[in-house]
Design a protein around this ligand. Structure first.
Ligand code: PMP
Length: 437
């Protein structure tokens, strides 16, 4: 069993100077506790207690080629002497934009930002500018960042969330602008009829329908067959801009993202995380007629000191080059993930632990529940979140790091040896969990 005493001591020390001890509230939920790491390489994290953990968080998604990937860090290191943020254009921006255009079906024009949250913000502003409508529709349980306008109903308490078919918008942070709830219309995900009814009722005031094309922030939930196609048709009929938030799914579910995998083309898309293997870069991509509103005569403003900076752009070009150079890598990744999922299911069965393992080879979830599948946020809310987090804590003590909410991110650096070692740890963690019942 690993211990994390030095991490615990450093967390206490941190709290004296870093508010709350971390720089992102997401990290409070880490299992078994917020840890401190010395370094990260490939599929591994090395912590301050001298432990090596197999990492299935990989930064919450970015390190898709593995941590400190030489294919990315080499070109980035070579670029550093040329400067970082120059408040000017460079050839790299054109190269990266051309690459994304070639790979992503919805990308007629692109813009670069730094984080997923702000790229979502930009996409919704573009949709409002394009349609002249005031509101947007999002789905309960989906996360589009922590900014005031979209940090709504990502994990609402069921006492506040209203009826399943017509959920109430719920603010997620103290201090958030209260009027944010007036702009957001919430719908349950994976429910065509509920979406159709909402758009019929309120479509004329809705600028954008925004969705994670596969839900990855509450469980990992595939769209039901035909659901995204129906969403596409309904959004078009209602005159709403359809935005796919591919911050997690982009370049992970395939080189063409979820939109390529499911064959549904949104009007705008947002990418981040895997696109630059851990360097901060996000992308707004979409239809020319909408995207070109950022030109001065279009009067939609999108700015940022670090947008298109040399370092992150170099990282993204290198990442997409590496992914494009080895198309078989996606198949291997899916196989590793499928083997992991099957092994975890078998282990849970052996230990008599009701555990749902659902998702894709490249990203899946383990949720403590008797349910055979989850289809939307309310399904996930009905699972035993505390036990799911306990399982993640037990895994960490056996050298495997996953998210406390039960989501596992794979990287291209996870191989058969890591899968075998992980399954051995899963077996021990489930035995520990059984003893805690
Ligand atoms: N959208 C989705 C789907 C995400 O998963 C996230 C981050 N987890 C964001 C947006 C926000 O991205 P960032 O943390 O880079 O602001």
């Amino acid at each position: 069993m690993l211990s994390f005493d030095e991490s615990a001591a450093l967390f206490e020390q941190a709290r004296a100077s870093v508010a709350g001890g971390t720089s992102s509230n997401v990290r409070y939920a880490e299992a078994p506790a917020p840890l401190f790491f010395e370094r990260a390489e490939g599929p591994f994290l090395y912590d301050v207690d001298g432990n090596r953990l197999i990492d299935y968080v990989i930064g919450n998604g970015p390190a898709f080629l593995g941590h400190a990937a030489p294919a990315v860090n080499g070109p980035v290191a070579a670029s550093l002497a040329n400067g970082q943020s120059i408040a000017g254009q460079h050839r790299g921006e054109i190269r990266l934009a051309e690459k994304i255009k070639a790979l992503v079906p919805s990308a007629e024009l692109v813009r670069f930002s730094v984080t997923g949250s702000e790229a979502v913000h930009g996409a919704i502003r573009l949709a409002r500018g394009y349609t002249g409508r005031p509101k947007y529709l999002k789905f309960e349980g989906q996360y589009h960042g922590w900014l005031d306008n979209t940090f709504i109903s990502t994990k609402p308490g069921l006492n506040e969330a209203g009826p399943r078919e017509t959920p109430a918008p719920v603010l997620m942070s103290r201090g958030q602008a209260a009027h944010a709830v007036d702009e957001a219309i919430i719908a349950p995900w994976n429910d065509v009829e509920a979406l159709a009814r909402t758009l019929e009722r309120q479509g004329r005031e809705i600028a954008a329908v925004i969705t994670e094309p596969a839900m990855c922030n509450a469980g990992v939930i595939p769209p039901k067959p035909g659901y995204l196609q129906a969403m596409r048709e309904l959004a078009t009929k209602a005159g709403c801009v359809l935005i796919f938030d591919e911050v997690i799914t982009g370049f992970r579910l395939g080189l063409a993202g979820a939109q390529g995998r499911f064959g549904v083309t949104p009007d705008l898309s947002v990418f981040a995380k895997a696109v630059a293997n851990g360097f901060p870069l996000s992308v707004i991509a979409g239809k020319r007629a909408i995207m070109e509103l950022v030109e001065p005569r279009g009067q939609v403003v999108h700015s940022g000191t670090y947008n298109g900076n040399i370092t992150a752009v170099t990282a993204a070009i290198a990442t997409l080059d590496a992914l494009s150079a080895d198309p078989g890598a996606y198949q291997r990744l899916e196989q590793h993930g499928e083997r992991l999922m099957a092994g975890i299911r078998a282990s849970a069965k052996k230990h008599g632990e009701p555990l749902l393992v659902q998702g894709y080879g490249s990203i899946f979830c383990t949720l403590c529940t008797e349910a055979a599948a989850v289809h939307d946020f309310r399904d996930v809310a009905a699972t035993d979140g505390n036990r799911t987090a306990q399982f993640a804590g037990a895994l960490a003590r056996h050298g495997v790091r996953t998210t406390a909410r039960g989501v596992w991110f794979l990287s291209m650096a996870h191989g058969d040896a890591e899968v075998d070692a992980t399954l051995a740890a899963v077996d021990k963690a489930l035995a520990d969990l059984g003893r805690s019942r």
